[in-house]
Ligand binder design. Structure first.
Ligand code: FAD
Ligand code: NAD
Length: 469
């Protein structure tokens, strides 16, 4: 055609969705072009999301554990924090290694990376504008849109570098004396945990009546209890009325029954009130791809948009906005393009807040079961009765399983506690495989482990639990 480059498959965006789709399509023998506006591959997750946040959360955990070990007879001094070294470790040894690895893998597979902002110009062409203004046109047979999402801005907030989104917070410019987190969801609580450990006084304001509104309340309670102890203030059912940037700090006023009456002054503010899809910035209209008012693109089970040769995956197709959802959708899209008869059919998509303690859940929640009138049974095992939890001084956790009342199969699971995110995997597999309480209870789990708590919860349901420690 009349394009600079012609390819079988073009992928727009190189996050977990985009690079997975590109690599899978290449592995299936397709000629692939991957378009990314930034100089490194990996998207939000690798560069400014999942990975750097987990690196900092690890550091936070080491700090708080060292501090709390003093309660058991071993004291360390106050941590000396070298922010520059911490930033360098995160950027070079964690993020840098992964993004360099991706570039290498793209090369090995013969995936052509074109750097610049891509926009559809027709149903079969994307124009890519590089930073220097140079335009490269890419003609394609199939496209996979994986352009992701961006942080929602706080309406009416002034432009000021002290008012940050998650990317700003991860940059770790300094450790503010007082930090206000607007939005008590996963990003806000993860980054709040990081800054609290580094020495900030952290406050959280959430307009709903609970933190992480999507999770069951019994799972959130232990997290909230610990955060109430460590954080300066948690303000629920509270709205930010006004934000003003002044020389001495960010002045914030609040509205709500439990809201502070006076104006509070913070050194920095993190806005973490959700993310919105990038569907409106890709020239979708030129390709005839339908984008809804919010910027989401609707797809079918094969990740196909309303234009049959154009697919979309990841954050841009809707909730949950999670990396592991994006990668699974990516494989489906690439395989469908290669002629395989597959569709996206996950029974459950696990959610994990990597806070301290972690909160992890998958499948049907109790709240959802109640709302939908589902016939369920639940069994919850308190970690206060787990030898392992006590021996690591973290007995506030709980492991809950939700069963279908008729089939006794596990249909949901929720865990709060240290390592809950890792522990959840067994329950996710159980749900996918249609396991029941009997299967889990009769599977021998190593003692003493936190993973045993899943077996114990199943035994509670079966009425076979004996010595819980
Ligand atoms: P993205 O990762 O958003 O990638 C889209 C890419 O497309 C970007 O690189 C962007 O530059 C590029 N792009 C967009 N438009 C264009 C264009 N027009 N031209 C060229 N390139 C373009 N999820 C988890 O599962 N676990 C976590 O622990 C987790 N932690 C997170 C922590 C933070 C702070 C944040 C912000 C998010 C976190 N997420 C986490 C969410 C996760 O990052 C996203 O779900 C995931 O990155 C979505 O992948 P994606 O491929 O859909 O898009
Ligand atoms: P979120 O939707 O998880 O949480 C936003 C919170 O802000 C909600 O509790 C909401 O009620 C509250 N809120 C909204 N507007 C508000 C306002 N004006 N004032 C006060 N509170 C307000 O969004 P997020 O935490 O920004 O995260 C964005 C996305 O990134 C999520 O979809 C999440 O799935 C993903 N993410 C995942 C992980 C993980 O898997 N560990 C980590 C970070 C981000």
């Amino acid at each position: 055609g009349d394009s600079d480059i012609n390819t079988e498959v073009v992928v727009l965006g190189s996050g977990p969705g985009g690079y997975t789709a590109a690599f899978r399509a290449a592995d299936l023998g397709k000629q692939v072009v991957l378009i990314e506006r930034y100089s490194t591959l990996g998207g939000v997750c690798l560069n400014v999301g999942c990975i750097p946040s987990k690196a900092l959360l690890h550091t936070a955990k080491v700090i708080t554990e060292a501090e709390e070990t003093s309660l058991h007879g071993v004291s360390f001094g106050k941590p000396k924090i070298d922010l520059e070294a911490l930033r360098a470790w995160k950027a070079n040894d964690v993020v840098g290694k992964l993004t360099a690895g991706l570039a290498q893998m793209a090369k090995q597979r013969g995936v052509t990376v074109v750097q610049g902002v891509g926009k559809f110009t027709s149903p079969h062409q994307i124009a890519v504008t590089a930073a220097d203004g140079k335009v490269t046109t890419v003609g394609f047979q199939n496209a996979i849109i994986a352009a992701g999402s961006q942080a929602t801005k706080f309406p009416g907030a002034p432009e000021d570098e002290r008012i940050m989104d998650s990317t700003g917070a991860l940059a770790l410019a300094d450790v503010p004396k007082r930090l206000l987190v607007i939005g008590g969801g996963i990003i806000g609580l993860e980054m709040g945990t990081v800054y609290e450990a580094l020495g900030s006084k952290v406050s959280v304001v959430e307009f709903m009546d609970g933190l992480i509104p999507g999770a069951d309340r019994d799972l959130i309670r232990p997290l909230q209890k610990r955060m109430e102890k460590r954080f300066e203030r948690i303000m629920l059912s509270t709205k930010v009325a006004n934000i003003e940037a002044k020389k001495d700090g960010i002045h914030v006023s609040f509205e709500g029954e439990n809201a502070p009456k006076e104006i509070e002054v913070y050194d920095r503010v993190l806005v973490s009130i959700g993310r919105r899809p990038n569907g409106k910035n890709i020239g979708a209209e030129n390709a005839g791809v339908a984008v809804d008012d919010r910027g989401f693109i609707t797809v079918d089970k094969q990740m196909r948009t309303n234009v049959p040769h154009i697919f979309a995956i990841g954050d841009i197709v809707g909730q949950p906005m999670l990396a592991h959802k994006a990668t699974h959708e990516a494989k489906v899209a690439a395989e469908v393009i290669a002629g395989h008869k597959v569709e996206f059919q996950a029974m459950v998509i696990p959610s994990v807040a990597y806070t301290d303690p972690e909160v992890a859940w998958a499948g049907v929640t109790e709240t959802e079961a109640k709302a939908k009138g589902l016939e369920i049974e639940k069994a919850s095992f308190p970690w206060a009765a787990s030898g392992r939890a006590l021996s690591i001084a973290r007995s506030e956790g709980a492991t809950k399983l939700i069963f279908d009342k008729e089939t006794h199969r596990v249909i949901g699971a929720g865990i709060v506690g240290t390592n809950a995110g890792e522990l959840l995997a067994e329950a996710v597999l159980a749900i996918e495989m249609g396991a029941d309480a009997h299967d889990l209870g009769l599977t021998i789990h190593a003692h003493p482990t936190l993973s045993e708590t899943i077996c114990f919860a199943a035994e509670i349901k079966e009425g076979t639990i004996t010595d819980m420690l």
